[in-house]
Design a protein around this ligand. Structure first.
Ligand code: F6P
Length: 320
């Protein structure tokens, strides 16, 4: 193998740059050439790509976003679109492709591999942490820390005004960010799409808290479960308490990556290059129980990452 390419795809996540850096430097260390593809599969189709060297990834390990840019390409979902991308594989002499992204990107990569037999290696990068085959995806830890920081700040004003706050967080169909940040931030209730919730129980808990002198309450809602505005309206109607809503939105996707995400990204990016060099054609790298592991690419989107019921139950007990 002489030349590989790397791209980032789907929603960006903090730590993607550290993963790009690891792929480029590990590949060059082993004597490979690296092509950087801009704007994900869109740039792949449009030949928006060029060589990368050691300097191309200097000074990016601490930066959020992705220096390669990213996109969600509709055209790559079509056979003609993928055919154009394949033409660029031949044109640029690409012998392997590292894709840093989420399950949607891996689905596209799998189809591309099956149609054109181009070796593809997936590196999980999404704040949602909804990919099976890895305990953590790159960016999740940073996003959780961002949410916890927001909870801390909201808590100050919530206490001063004796208010209830509803914080809506990202995660698509996953409640992983909500659950993890909810436990770390000491939220009173956590509403996630994986579990049925009873709004009356949420209200009763709030009411009990206020009766015993609690000055504020914070409820975390995962976007996949319900809208923060909707929950706020129901709670204030049922309890008469003053509720405020904060939708954290895309600020959860930005910011300097945590040390955990940088290390995860560095280890996964490097292992992806090793996998390509050793002839693995359709795999994803991940981390389970602290070890770097690999699995067939399909595993990444074969099922839904289950939520940790121990964490959920503990959060409920501690916020009684
Ligand atoms: O997958 C990452 C994510 O941030 C989700 O949590 C969210 O639902 C979605 O992307 C938002 O997508 P966009 O940036 O296209 O609005």
């Amino acid at each position: 193998m002489l030349r590989i390419a790397v791209l980032t795809s789907g929603g960006d996540s903090p730590g993607m740059n550290a993963a790009i850096r690891a792929v480029v430097r590990k590949a060059i260390y082993h004597g490979l050439e690296v092509i950087g593809i801009q704007r994900g599969f869109s740039g792949f189709i449009e030949a928006d790509m060029g060589p990368m060297n050691l300097g191309s990834v200097a000074d990016i390990i601490h930066r959020g976003g992705t220096v390669l840019r990213t996109a969600r390409s509709e055209e790559f979902k079509t056979y003609p679109g993928r055919t154009k991308a394949y033409a660029n594989v031949a044109r640029f002499g690409i012998q392997g492709l590292v894709i840093i992204g989420g399950d949607g990107s891996f689905r596209g990569a799998r189809v591309f591999h099956d149609e054109f037999n181009v070796p593809v290696l997936g590196v999980p990068g999404t704040i949602d942490n909804d990919i099976t085959g890895t305990d953590y995806s790159i960016g999740f830890d940073t996003a959780v820390n961002t949410v916890v920081e927001a909870i801390n700040k909201i808590r100050d004003t919530a206490t001063s005004h004796e208010r209830t706050f509803i914080l809506e967080v990202m995660g698509r169909e996953s409640g992983c960010i909500a659950l993890t940040a909810g436990l770390a931030g000491g939220a009173e209730s956590i509403i996630i799409p994986e579990l049925e919730f009873n709004i009356d129980e949420v209200c009763e808990k709030l009411y009990r808290g206020y009766k015993r002198g609690k000055l504020h309450s914070i409820i975390i809602v995962a976007e996949g479960a319900a809208g923060g505005m909707e929950i706020s309206k129901v709670i204030s109607e049922k309890t008469g308490l003053e509720t405020k809503v904060t939708i954290l939105g895309h600020l959860q996707r930005g910011g300097t990556p945590s040390a955990f995400d940088r290390i995860l990204a560095s280890r996964l990016g490097a292992r992806a290059v090793e996998m390509l060099m050793s002839g693995h054609h359709k795999h994803m790298v991940g981390m389970m129980a602290g070890e770097i592991v690999t699995c067939p690419l399909e595993t990444a989107f074969a099922g839904k990452q289950p939520i940790d019921m121990d964490v959920y139950n503990l959060a409920a007990v501690l916020s009684i």
